[in-house]
Design a protein around this ligand. Structure first.
Ligand code: SF4
Ligand code: SF4
Length: 343
């Protein structure tokens, strides 16, 4: 007879999940230790990681938690529209966490219902997770964490992670066939333009482009690192794209719901001209790290992109932005005019 763990795993596979492992909650203790080590190694990251405390001690938030079910959802099968390639990070383009139009979101809801039907009390946080998910996935045998801090399965690092805590003692390890990083490889670190990823498994989140162009981007005009953002507008995939273990893993064959229609609106020029109404209605719910009031951050990110990838056709747009009603947009545009001697 099948155990309850096997029933959950079987259901996950039927729904199309790539991997499904289950670990006792006690295996998250190692994450708490690693977390403290990281704070000591990179003290500047303390303020950032304070916000993650709820992930470190799940038992404080959910005293009834007994196990963690952790799963991967590959997204490398999707086509990347040319208009956004290299400019918006892939995990955000193919974000399925709250996008009800995706099969993956519906699968997440179906799996939760199934576990509840089995009599389990379960809890997840669709947007930001209930536990340190990469750690949980590694402990559950779902994959390995590489030196660039990403979790890899046989699909490379192009996988979303989902997790639930449950009120039942369970354990079922997954299997993976993922080789360790080659000896001496440091390509991800060498590729990181801001040196946020300074050593294996060591990064300063507040210097990471993904942080600075999304929820952390409070004062980009005064951020010296902005000049090294290259083509990144929202998020950064550079340390994953540079990794040989991701070679050949992106298949890019299937259409992601509603993306090919939206992508032409996300060119640098169109973001800079975007109205608040369009942003709130069509963009913000997908790229939810920036709030409905934060279209200005997208525009600041785009101005920075235009500076770093300047072509003559950007000139009138940058000059026009010098009179924008938003102070930060004006500040960025004027700085760029000075830096590039635009008149
Ligand atoms: S996401 Fe980009 S900025 Fe952040 S660590 Fe990786 S390469 Fe560096
Ligand atoms: S680039 Fe090399 S060191 Fe970095 S994660 Fe990939 S295999 Fe590991």
């Amino acid at each position: 007879m099948e155990t309850i763990e096997q029933m959950i795993q079987k259901k996950a596979y039927e729904l199309g999940y790539e991997k499904c492992g289950i670990i006792p909650i006690s295996l998250m203790e190692g994450y708490a230790e690693r977390f403290q080590e990281r704070l000591q190694k990179v003290p500047e990251s303390r303020a950032f990681y304070q916000g993650q405390q709820r992930l470190v001690n799940p038992l404080e938030v959910y005293p009834w938690a007994k196990s963690v079910v952790v799963l991967t959802v590959p997204y490398g099968k999707y086509k990347i529209p040319e208009e956004v390639k290299g400019r918006i990070a892939k995990a955000y383009l193919f974000d399925v966490r709250i996008d009800r139009s995706t099969k993956e979101y519906q699968n997440n809801r179906a799996l939760e219902k199934y576990m509840q039907k089995l009599g389990l009390k379960v809890e997840t946080n669709e947007k930001f997770g209930v536990v340190g998910m990469r750690w949980a996935a590694m402990e559950a045998g779902v994959g390995i964490i590489r030196r660039n801090n990403f979790l890899y399965t046989e699909s490379g690092s192009w996988v979303h992670l989902e997790a639930w805590i449950t009120d039942r003692e369970m354990e079922l390890k997954e299997t993976n066939n993922v080789p360790q990083c080659p000896k001496g490889c440091n390509r991800c670190m060498a590729a990181c333009p801001t040196k946020s990823l300074s050593d294996p498994y060591t990064m300063l989140p507040t210097a990471c482009i993904s942080f600075l162009t999304t929820f952390g981007g409070r004062n980009l005009p005064q951020e010296p690192l902005r000049k090294s953002f290259g083509e990144c507008i929202y998020g950064c995939d550079i340390c994953q794209d540079a990794c040989p273990m991701n070679r050949g893993k992106w298949k890019g064959k299937e259409e992601f719901p509603n993306l090919s229609g939206l992508a032409p609106e996300l060119t640098p020029e169109n973001i800079l001209n975007m109205t608040e109404d369009f942003y709130v209605e069509k963009v913000q719910s997908k790229f939810f790290y920036l709030s409905p009031e934060e279209l200005w951050k997208w525009k600041v990110d785009v101005l920075n992109y235009m500076r770093n990838n300047y072509v003559e056709s950007y000139k009138p747009l940058i000059i026009k932005a010098c009179n924008n009603k938003n102070e930060k947009i004006r500040e960025m545009a004027k700085l760029i005019c000075n830096e590039l001697c635009l008149k």
